[in-house]
Design a binder for this molecule. Structure first.
Ligand SMILES: [Mn+2]
Length: 410
């Protein structure tokens, strides 16, 4: 028995507002379906984010329906859960696909039965495999997992679908939202989604598998993942034999990544250096340029338009410049501001606008008074003192002005 595990297909997504990128997500999904059919798998599992949005366009929805119909004809079940993207409040496009019999939506509430404190988790049995899963939860994730009680039959190969980033994914840093130890115990295969890069972990000697997204979803993904694909899993007849996990590469858009150091260059010199370093044969791939160093001038003075044009002339679909490691002279002023308190920034700003000391004091007091985060008893001035201040400044200057006017009229 064999099956395909894929995830995060994000149908409807795009990058850089390019229609070609939108189509890339569709093309790679079709490729995944076609390979699954030619491999003759018994079923397909998808760990969430089939769609990029809870309200996909009719065009994208029809495209997915066409792909799933091919599976239906071959009697290959497609089992999935709602991820973090394909939920629109409580409705999901998955409900529609489920209604017309093209998918099995394991995150349908009918599979999760509340029994006292516990949540009994049911699933589907296909041939000799039991498959269940939960949607990507929004809050109290750990607590929700602690209440899960899978109702799985004995002596079958069991699969658990989930859409969270386990704490073992080191590169995820703060994005990890579930300790691995919270996963329900006793499954033979943990099918993960939500993490967009391919990774395999081990939990009680069983694999916890992230196939990642089938296309590059953002520029960080483009430089961190070196390829995109899905897993083909072969369940051995003999329980003592090891599970066969095979990676199948899908033809996602090709990425060319380059780092360019422009340290101590003026924006014109930097532009010329970048232009020279753009590879000659783009082959319709995406060019990601990470510009590094400290510029003698301003970042905005680099001619990004020319860089983009040149990349397109060289045959790239698009060029994305990453500037997070590039500093410039404006950065110094920023550094100065960074060391100041909000009060000091306010004061400097008002001083620059040529307000006198008492007006600045009043303005700052008013800003404080209007600030919601301050509670009444934290005010440094009483209401009376404020009124006095207003009297002394705004009103008096207005009266002065009025007096002058009247004097002039005389
Ligand atoms: Mn996703």
């Amino acid at each position: 028995m064999k099956f395909i595990h894929l995830s995060d297909t994000h149908i409807g997504a795009s990058n850089f507002k390019l229609e070609q990128r939108h189509k890339d997500f569709l093309r790679v999904f079709e490729e995944a379906i076609d390979i699954s059919i030619s491999e003759g798998v018994d079923f397909i599992i998808h760990s969430g984010d089939l769609f990029d949005t809870g309200r996909p366009s009719f065009k994208d929805l029809i495209f997915v329906i066409e792909q799933l119909k091919k599976l239906k004809e071959k009697e290959i079940p497609f089992l999935t859960i709602a991820g973090s993207h394909d939920i629109y409040i409580h409705e999901t496009p998955l409900s529609l696909l489920e209604k017309i019999g093209l998918i099995i939506n394991l995150s349908n509430p009918k599979y999760l039965i509340q029994r006292g404190e516990k949540a009994i988790l049911n699933g589907e049995t296909i041939k000799n495999a039991f498959i269940c899963g939960v949607p990507g939860f929004k809050g109290n994730i750990k607590e929700k997992y602690s209440l899960l009680e899978p109702n799985k039959p004995q002596n079958v190969f069991s699969i658990f679908l989930f859409h969270h980033i386990i704490s073992n994914v080191e590169e995820a840093n703060s994005f990890a939202d579930l300790p691995m130890s919270s996963l329900p115990k006793g499954f033979d295969y943990y099918a993960g989604g939500h993490w967009h890069r391919k990774n395999i972990y081990e939990y009680n000697k069983k694999p916890v598998v992230y196939p990642g997204s089938t296309e590059y979803t953002d520029s960080l993904d483009m430089i961190k993942s070196n390829e995109k694909g899905m897993f083909l899993i072969e369940i051995p007849e003999n329980k003592n034999e090891k599970l066969k996990i095979k990676w199948i590469k899908l033809t996602a858009r090709e990425i060319v990544f380059k780092e360019i150091n422009v340290n101590n260059l003026t924006p014109i010199e930097a532009t010329n250096k970048i232009l020279k370093e753009i590879p000659k044969h783009g082959r319709d791939s995406l060019l990601i340029l990470k510009i590094k160093g400290k510029l003698k001038g301003l970042k905005t003075q680099i001619n990004f338009n020319r860089i983009l044009k040149e990349s397109e002339i060289n045959g790239f679909l698009h060029c994305k410049t990453m500037l997070s490691e590039l500093s410039d002279e404006a950065g110094e002023e920023y550094q100065e501001i960074k060391d100041k308190t909000i009060r000091e920034i306010e004061y400097d700003y008002l001083k620059k606008q040529k307000y006198d000391e008492i007006t600045i004091k009043l303005a700052q007091e008013l800003i404080r008074l209007l600030g919601k985060e301050q509670s009444q008893n934290e005010l440094s001035l009483s209401q009376e003192e404020c009124i006095n201040l207003i009297d002394k400044t705004l009103l008096s200057s207005e009266i002065k002005g009025l007096n002058k006017k009247l004097e002039g009229e005389k």
